[in-house]
Design a protein around this ligand. Sequence first.
Ligand code: NAD
Length: 496
Amino acid sequence: MTRVGHWAGNKTFPGTSGRTAQVTNPATGAVTREVALADVADSRLVIEAAADAFPAWRDTSLARRVAVVFRFRELLNQRKNELAEIITSEHGKVLSDALGEVTRGQEVVEFACGIPHLLKGGFSENASTEVDVHSVRQPLGVVGIIAPFNFPAMVPMWFFPVAIAAGNTVVLKPSEKDPSAALWLAELWAEAGLPPGVFNVLQGDKTAVDELLSHRSVKAVSFVGSTPIAQYVYATGTANGKRVQALGGAKNHAVVLPDADLDQAADAMVNAGFGSAGERCMAISAVVAVGDVADELVAKIAERARNIRTGDGTQGCDMGPLVTAAHRDRVASYIDRAEQDGASLVVDGREVRAEGGRDGFWLGPTLLDHVTTGMSCYTDEIFGPVLSVLRAESYDDALELINSNPYGNGTAIFTNDGGAARRFQNEVEVGMVGINVPIPVPMAYYSFGGWKSSLFGDTHAHGTEGVHFFTRGKVVTTRWRAPSQGGLNLGFPQSV
Ligand code: NAD
């Protein structure tokens, strides 16, 4: 059995904890690897490797740092199919989707290649008489990145290219469900010429996370995962004096207004609801049909959902399995419950005939209609291929529904009415908004992040906010005076 280990000092090591977790191929149900779960000693070893590497990396010229990031981008671009295959083998998403994830991550690497422009400070000559003022942004030190299972490459790449280019050293704690992508990325960094200790991987669970949240050398933590853990990470990390951005769960609504093109809207609902088997933080899980469009829209979504090929992600299917058997069973239990609660089951994914291993973690696309806000299929983040349709009488009712929901990650509106779309993007309390775009994931040079219970902290990922998160500002006030210009003055300095 292959053991997936930690990575520090540009080499892998198994750790001494003796604890491991199984890694499965979700399309076959087979255990394919085991991953090391760090204890405190393993965690400290990795964090200390990052701390030791920091001074030299910080002092490496911006030109040299960016040259390494540029080489990493070139290697990634050449070899991204290898990474996509690793993702599919442990996560289950279909290969084209895995490749899409890598490509969106690569965009952040490309953004980080341009970081010198964003690290430039300001300069004010003669701000006061013979006094100049300038500002700089400096790296923080060791930064921790704690990732969820659903994007084992893209989510870490939201953060580490920016953190490294800015002069920090990184400890990445991947999900224990799909830990191999992180090691592949670590090897690529070494090949790109990144000095040992600048990028490190700590495999593990809560023990590793808690060490990242308490170790004095860790200065900042970027977390992505479910809301309860995001809340815990934010509260614990900030209580320990760390800078924390913690991105949480989601319940993303798509509003379909009566004037929308229903075929295009139905395509979008299916793509955004069932892509990656609904295991995306930007998946649409609640469709809000406004006015009299609901019956026709549901029929169009159902027709499309029934034609989705569910199966092994390496075999050209549309939708892969869920990540684990336990998660598949949990998602299926929401379908059972929705039926009991009175929702109409239009398409039942529990009956899927998947094109893949008999023991794969299968669940087909599921469509629920007449869902109301009290049902658990609406109140909870299901994180599976289950699309719920709610009916609203008016635009205002739809808006009220979304703004009353505790999550605020992504949302979309489908309409041909520019005025309604303009009102929506202004009035909706959600961080990322699509207008006739179902998964409005911002480009790398904008910042990614939700509102309300979808993000704790005030800084979003990548873009200028990411650069800000991984650096701190310093302002220098300078005066060069001739020896004859001295003199005592105990008053508070004022501009003259
Ligand atoms: P998760 O919260 O279970 O795990 C996330 C990370 O936290 C993992 O590395 C895990 O090992 C660690 N962890 C788990 N339990 C912990 C505990 N008790 N203490 C400390 N650390 C712990 O999330 P997941 O199931 O891996 O990922 C799915 C979730 O992530 C969904 O809720 C999804 O919406 C969310 N997500 C959000 C975004 C976003 O941008 N907002 C993006 C992707 C995923």
